[in-house]
Design a protein around this ligand. Sequence first.
Ligand code: C2E
Ligand code: MG
Ligand code: MG
Length: 618
Amino acid sequence: MTHNETERLLALRKLDLLDTAPSEAFDRITRMAARVFGLPIAAVSLTDSDRQWFKSRVGVSHTSIPRLKAPCAGVTDCGDMLVINDLQEDAFFRDSPLARSGIRFYAGAPLITSDGYSLGAMCVLGPEPRAISGTERDALIDLAAMVMSQIELQHTLGRVDPLSGMPNRKQFIEDFADLQMDRPQGEQRVAVLVNMANQEQLNNAARVMGASYFDDLMNEAIRSYRAVMGEEHKVYQLAATQFITIAPPATDEARYSARLAHWLDSRSAWGTSRFVTTPAIGIAPFVLGRTDCLDVLRIAQNAMQDAHRTGLPIGSYSSEQDAAYRRRFTLLNAFDAALHDTRQLRLVYQPRIDLGTGACIGAEALLRWRHPELGDVPPGEFMPVVEQTSMVRAATSWVIREAVRQLAVWHAAGLQLQMSVNVSSANLLEADFVSTVTALLNQHRVAPGWLELEVTESAIMENQGTALATLAALDQAGVRLAIDDFGTGYSSLAYLQSMPAHVVKIDQSFVRNMAGGERNRTLVNTMISLSHELGFRVVAEGIETDDVRQLLHEQGCDEGQGYLFARPLAPEELFAWCARAQAGQPAARTPWAPICPPLPFPAPEPVPEPEPEPHTAT
Ligand code: C2E
Ligand code: MG
Ligand code: MG
């Protein structure tokens, strides 16, 4: 044999045949072999590292036997036909498991690939000693060849796109592995992924023109791509409108990009595309031996999607962007586990102050996530990722459950605060959202008015009809509603008027800038008076200095939240903070002292001021 055993096993594994389900195409040949020889046992037997595995078998119950002393392994090793008229008489096979099980006759023809790899044997076996005629020998060789045709056919079919006949993703992965072996390690290469239409165009065209429209579009694109970029490009079809190719060695990325742009420009000459599509190209440079094939595909996809998003025709991989994608992906995958791990998620509570009296009247629950490896991840980073998935349902449910439980604990301890919880747009579309919230309040015997749900304007606008209906039902149930981050979204007066909300929370970006100039102060002043006219109570977020607090108070702002009063606190810290306030001790580091609702018991010992939170402005 020209190949060593390692290469042979690699060739066998590449065929993806081992441990696959039985298939009639093979069984038909095996049955025919048994019939031709008039024998009870026949098999298509593949030689794995330590076993003979049967892709097809007649008259045998097990799916594999040990390779040691198996005659089929002998066929594989010598790559030639092997006939043993009587195993009992054979010095080598006499004590083989096969002989011991009562088998006397064996004949096997090798299964050899077009590259010369010997995979196993097409074999027939019988309980009586027997000879083999020349015709039978030829028949067994023919049957082995039929098995090989079937193997190669199935292999090829799995590697081409059934409609276009182009090599597919699987073939790309396989060829990539060959490239890693054949070309010098460390060689710089460039993969180019082309997507001929965005999702919307794909949907529209498929509706109007039928799916075959894309076959024409793709054929046209691939033909012209190779004409412009070079016929040596092997093109792989990844999806209905996507193909990928690897640029030749020593390709200069900048020059190649310019040629790609030229190819795109020449599109109008391609043919008669009746639909306008916007192709996007993702370029992924990689180093042979260092970049995994799946990473190349992923990076190229991301670069292509960036191109679609930004409206530029060509997107190139950037390591910062890739790191950001990876982090988002990691967070997404890890969040589900966090929901079930009590050590990872917790709530902190930021006091809300009545600016008129200085009393702490409530607290906003804010989610905190400590990832076991990544450490603290701010909600401004992970919530937008979670909000894009169905996990947002479980996340909000976790937060509300925990916040209401804490609320009940405080109330039982005599701390009469209102609790605000942030909810996401997707929550407003949940059919059972209102009933779940009210059931939870009932369970903890908390009157609905103690709970306030904060929603952003954009969350409402995303799905106005359903969102407004949910808000109306919550309002009906007595739950209070606040419009969070007011001023950053649509701020449409018309819909603000019809909103079943009680509170408007002016976004911290406006509040923070107040000290900076007259214009900003006027802006906040307008927001406050407008909200008052519409009947809302107004809360200012992000009050960091006493000047700003003073200004807001003068402008008639009702309530405030911010680092001036307190950072978000752990529940026991908030309790102690209130106790300290009640005892008339000003909060350290600020000239400002809140008053708190009276506590019905001696205030606990003041706890040290909590570690300041890192700035997590959103
Ligand atoms: P938000 O609801 O507007 O919350 C206010 C954010 O401003 C909080 O950031 C808070 O820590 C921060 N903040 C409060 N006072 C000040 C201040 O004086 N200066 C500055 N610079 N920042 C201040 P945090 O906790 O990082 O939360 C960011 C955002 O993440 C929240 O904005 C909210 O949109 C979202 N979020 C937090 N927890 C949850 C949650 O449980 N569910 C949902 N859906 N979103 C949440
Ligand atoms: Mg909020
Ligand atoms: Mg806010």
